[in-house]
Design a binder for this molecule. Sequence first.
Ligand code: HEC
Ligand code: HEC
Length: 269
Amino acid sequence: MTAFRTSAFVGIGVAAAVALAAGASFGQGPDAALEARIAAADVAAGQVLASQCTICHTLDAGGNAVIGPNLYDIVNAPIARTPGYNYSAAMAALGAAGATWTVELLDAFLASPAVTVIGTRMGFAGIRDETDRTNLIAWLRLQSPAPAALTALPQTDPTTPVFQGYQADSGQLYYGEYCGNCHGPTGGGEDGVGPPLNGPIFEANWNGRTVWEFFNWTRRFMPADEPGGLEDQMVARILSYVLQENGYVRGDQPFLVDREHLETLVFRF
Ligand code: HEC
Ligand code: HEC
């Protein structure tokens, strides 16, 4: 009945943590169901939930440790990574054992900090609602220059066709009209107004994220001089072209504007 669970994690005491060999992971490894929920999560709702963390934590890049350590880029980061911060023995031991904040461990920890890391000094009761936790973790994951890949989901590599040729061809024309002046003639970011839409920076930013997120973000916030000004079908065509410039191939599958479908497509560059 209740969504509350700590999945595979029983409490990790100091002794158990110390017993973990350096680099060892624990728990059951990637949880595909959790990752699928993260891919489909309501990131805006997660941002609202994060306000309850700011009583003790800063969340921005380079923020100071306050009562708790800074949490920017925390997903997949080493546990107890902040130099000079006075971690509990339990947290420090996990860090010394080489453990990292996987989404699975974060999910368990945020459900019940005291039960998951026995002896933690984080005086926070936990978030019992599974959807709330997922939304929060999804938001935390994006607070990073290169969001952690969701490895348990099926990955879509460039040899998997996700659009049809006519979409990319017409998309190229629309791209020239609506995007090229800020992102460069073919998306290389030459003009320095918008970031590159292909190449290493773009790949690092989108690797492991879903095509749905890419589509939904773009249709809401782009073109930057008229956010949300383009129809979904036009955005689909423009993104087909952008994908083509990233090495994705044409196929007989159209770029379907369908959330459920696009959420199954995960970038792998
Ligand atoms: C009442 C203060 C308080 C609140 C509220 C709080 N935390 Fe913490 N948090 C701490 C403290 C103190 C630590 C250090 C724990 C330790 O050393 O055992 C910590 C540690 C952490 C860590 C480990 C960081 C690292 O460097 O390994 C994570 C992750 C974390 N908190 C996430 C959260 C999130 C997400 C929220 C909001 C839902 C939150 N915390 C709310 C006080 C708080
Ligand atoms: C007026 C200039 C401008 C125009 C026109 C414009 N963009 Fe952008 N674009 C930006 C800026 C600036 C950013 C960075 C803003 C941010 O990250 O919030 C950005 C970010 C992006 C991103 C995110 C890149 C990343 O790696 O996070 C995508 C995708 C994108 N734009 C696509 C488009 C598409 C597609 C169009 C045409 C429909 C377009 N943009 C039109 C200026 C523009």
